[in-house]
Design a protein around this ligand. Structure first.
Ligand code: PEP
Length: 246
């Protein structure tokens, strides 16, 4: 099944209003690449203004709470993110798993809540360096998928991102054959969970993707796009990645 390439930026805790022109420039490049789906996940505080300058490029959140509302000081619900202008959200990012001790079950609950509020979902999985060194990367990723992918996941709103934790922000990436192998295993696991729908679900690679390595990574089997942190912060760095996906 043909899957359109999907390139998503994750600005993490970066970006003030002064960076809005950068988002406009990225959106312009995205418009010039109609064969590629591009989106940018920004801090909550930027969503509304980013959506206003992003034209047709969807703006996303980087997390949402699993509950619709309640006594959760400092948290944002999926409906709030949607109302601000977000049309997608990341859930289960490894920085949240590490910093906020979020589990795969939390990621599952957030994915379900986000979909219920009308947001598309990018759910992240990935092993630590110690798990890879112990030869457990495949099992860890399969277990994370098992526990965090909703049974009702559909290609129209759900995307999986394989992000080895040790590759995020480090400038290190797995060998191409290692990326291809985990993506194939992830696809097979999705097939066992959601059947043929899995063939349409996009699986992104994330972890130190740059303009220099994007074309090689995006050419790998079952790699349907990229989730990009550091290299998505400026149009200068991000646009070559969008172009590599054309
Ligand atoms: C990320 O934050 O999801 C990510 C992949 O970061 P980086 O591209 O900086 O490694």
């Amino acid at each position: 099944m043909a899957r359109r390439k999907f390139v998503v930026g994750n600005w993490k805790m970066h970006g003030l209003h002064a960076q809005l022109p950068e988002i406009g420039a990225i959106a312009k490049a995205a418009e010039a690449a109609p064969g590629v789906d591009t989106a940018l996940c920004v801090p909550f505080t930027l969503i509304e203004r980013a959506a206003a300058v992003a034209g047709a490029m969807p703006i996303g959140a980087q997390d949402v709470h699993a509950e619709k509302q309640g006594a959760h000081t400092g948290c944002i619900s999926a409906a709030m993110a949607y109302e601000a202008g977000a049309r997608l959200t990341i859930v289960g990012h490894s920085e949240r798993r590490a910093d906020q001790h979020e589990t795969s079950h939390d990621a599952w609950a957030k994915a379900v809540a986000a979909h219920g509020a009308g947001l598309d979902v990018i759910l992240c999985v990935g092993e630590t360096e110690a798990e890879r060194d112990a030869g457990r990367a495949e099992r860890v990723v399969q277990a994370q998928i098992e526990k965090s992918v909703p049974d009702l996941a559909q290609a129209s709103w759900f995307t999986l991102a394989y992000e080895p934790r040790w590759a995020i922000g480090t400038g290190r990436t797995p060998q191409p054959e290692e990326i291809a192998s985990i993506h194939a295993i992830a696809r097979a696991k999705l097939r066992r969970m959601v059947g043929e729908e899995a063939d349409g679900i996009r699986i992104l690679y994330g972890g130190s993707v740059t303009g220099a390595n994007a074309a090689d990574i995006l050419a790998l089997d079952h790699v349907d796009g990229a989730l990009v942190g550091g290299a998505s912060l400026t149009a200068e760095k991000f646009v070559p990645i969008i172009e590599a996906a054309k």
